[in-house]
Write a protein that binds this ligand. Structure first.
Ligand code: PBG
Length: 322
């Protein structure tokens, strides 16, 4: 045999030398759940190791992440039912605890990157990402709410706005709302190819934000479609997105690959709650090696072409490589 690929695998030094992809701590966003009150740290039942924090303890959590090299966070609010309504008015109210918290976080840690979530579902009494009228999610009226929400988040100090709602035209609408108010430096990471997925289940438990009726198939993408992601990517580029995202990650590695060859924008992927829960559940049962499964999954997302990875494993990974 002239060619023996095993020679390049014969010891760890050579394996490291020929390694094509590496994870860096700077690749990661760590998603965090913010709840009201004080001194609250409640584990999410379906996401072992992930908590809903009140602001005081969230600040401590962020501090401990910074110390081990995690500097980017996306933060999601857990909103009490009494603040939810049909039009998600609380989302851009000056009283919103989430907006106040973003301000406080940036005041305490000016050098980190904070991404906020734009979508109506945490604030919607219908549990949908847009306004529900006669059983339909109405697009253009929803844009007005999203624009106000994005602007309020930028005013609170968000570095990156993360529209996760999948309404048509929202990136351009939000870009205009930001620019028109002087926030030309606030970035947008678009949830470009967000699929109607069963893997968001644990997140909806964490936020108590599951749809009250129907599903999200009229706005989130059909899992059967790959080419359609290119259409979404083209629109988001034209409308001014800075970073485009694929979500979930693992069942959509081909989509990550396609977008990374198609677009010159940085590609992000969201390793979602259900993908985290699967590994945690199997590891807790002794059915697989949780640590190695985590490492394999994270590198697969990078290999597929995502430079940026949003993952509930971020802190655990950082602790491991420390
Ligand atoms: C809501 C939103 C969802 C997630 C992020 N933003 C859930 C949904 O669309 O129902 C899911 C994240 C995860 O599962 O980790 N706009």
């Amino acid at each position: 045999m002239l060619i023996r690929p095993r020679r390049n695998r014969k010891n760890q030094v050579i394996r490291d030398m020929v390694e094509e992809n590496k994870l860096h701590l700077s690749d990661f966003f760590f998603p965090l759940f913010l709840t009201m009150g004080e001194n609250q740290k409640v584990e999410v039942g379906s996401m072992p190791g992930i908590y809903r924090f009140s602001l005081d303890l969230l600040l401590e959590e962020i501090n401990s992440c910074i110390k081990i090299g995690i500097k980017s966070f996306c933060i999601f609010p857990v909103v009490e039912d009494k603040f939810k309504d049909k039009y998600a008015i609380y989302s851009y109210s000056q009283e919103n605890f989430y907006l106040k918290a973003i301000h406080k976080i940036k005041e305490n840690f000016p050098d980190i990157v904070v991404m906020t979530d734009v979508a109506m579902d945490p604030y919607s009494s219908d549990g949908h990402d847009g306004i529900v009228e006669h059983g339909e999610i109405i697009n253009d009226e929803t844009l007005e709410v999203l624009g106000k929400m994005a602007l309020a988040q930028a005013q609170a100090g968000a570095d990156i706005i993360g529209p996760s709602d999948m309404m048509d035209g929202r990136i351009g609408y939000i870009r205009d709302a930001l620019d028109g108010n002087g926030f030309t430096n606030t970035s947008i990471m678009s949830y470009t190819a967000k699929y109607a997925s069963a893997f968001y289940g644990p997140f909806r438990d964490a936020l108590d934000s599951a749809p009250k009726s129907g599903d999200k198939k009229t706005y989130q993408m059909n899992p059967a479609n790959a080419r359609e992601a290119l259409l979404e990517a083209r629109l988001d580029e034209e409308e001014g997105a800075d970073i485009i995202m694929v979500k979930p990650a693992l069942a959509y590695l081909d989509v990550i690959k396609n977008l990374s060859s198609y677009s010159s924008l940085p590609i992000a992927a969201y390793n979602v709650s259900g993908e985290y829960a699967m590994i945690k559940a199997a590891a807790a049962n002794g059915w697989l090696d949780g640590k190695n499964a985590m490492l394999e999954v994270l590198i697969s997302i990078k290999r597929a072409g995502a430079k940026i990875i949003l993952t509930y494993f971020a802190k655990e990974y950082a602790e491991l490589v420390q």
